[in-house]
Write a protein that binds this ligand. Structure first.
Ligand code: SF4
Ligand code: SF4
Length: 212
């Protein structure tokens, strides 16, 4: 018994005076690595246009089916992105997301990145479905995010609106039009709503609906 106490005391004395490995969170926060994959951010070009062209490639690449997009056509009167379309609705369900970063890698325009935003806890599941309004960086901000740490040559900035401009993924042309998916309808109805009933509905996808 006395031996064990001495051993314990020895360990305490050995560690005494060493710099602690813990931090006083939340007052103090750790510096995270640049490639840390936290919450998504949607980016803009320098000219204020949204990088997202509503191509659905990120949603298609997502293994967790966590991204829901509704795209709409740009018009000359209302141009939101340089492409033919923009994302009118862009939701990311962080309850499903596994933070793999495939969406960031699939995006031909560098519109979506995973950043070091990790304070995502909530007691309300609906709070963890992030909408475009929460994900999109504010007007006047045009950051590139973590893509510059992942990709040596990220998609370049577009100085002026250029409909049909193409991006590259893995050395291949990868605009929505190039892969022939520009007009592809969603494969199935997916509802990511703000309420729990929507989430229940989602869990039932694949099963026959009532009355079918
Ligand atoms: S990080 Fe992975 S799981 Fe999360 S939305 Fe992107 S592709 Fe889907
Ligand atoms: S892949 Fe990029 S451009 Fe296409 S819908 Fe997703 S975020 Fe938008």
């Amino acid at each position: 018994m006395a031996m064990e106490m001495l051993k314990g005391l020895g360990t305490t004395l050995k560690e005494f005076g060493k710099k602690p490995t813990t931090v006083s969170y939340p007052e103090e926060k750790r510096q995270l690595p640049p490639r840390f994959r936290g919450r998504h951010v949607l980016h803009r070009y320098e000219n204020g246009l949204e990088r997202c062209v509503g191509c659905f490639l990120c949603a298609g690449a997502c293994p967790a089916d966590a991204i829901y997009i509704e795209a709409e056509e740009n018009t000359d009167e209302q141009r939101v992105s340089p492409g033919e379309r923009y994302a009118r609705v862009f939701d990311v369900n962080l309850l499903r997301c596994i933070f793999c970063g495939y969406c960031e890698q699939a995006c031909p325009t560098g519109a979506i990145t995973l950043e070091n935003i990790y304070e995502l806890a909530s007691t309300h599941p609906e709070d963890l479905v992030y909408h475009k309004e929460q994900l999109l960086e504010p007007v006047g901000s045009a950051t590139r995010g973590s893509i510059v740490d992942w990709t040596p040559t990220p998609p370049e900035a577009t100085p002026t609106p250029l409909p049909g401009r193409q991006g590259y993924f893995d050395g291949l042309e990868a605009s929505a039009a190039a892969v022939g998916q520009g007009d592809m309808p969603a494969e199935q109805a997916v509802f990511l709503g703000d309420d729990l009933s929507g989430m229940e509905h989602r869990r039932r996808l694949g099963e026959p609906e009532e009355g079918e």
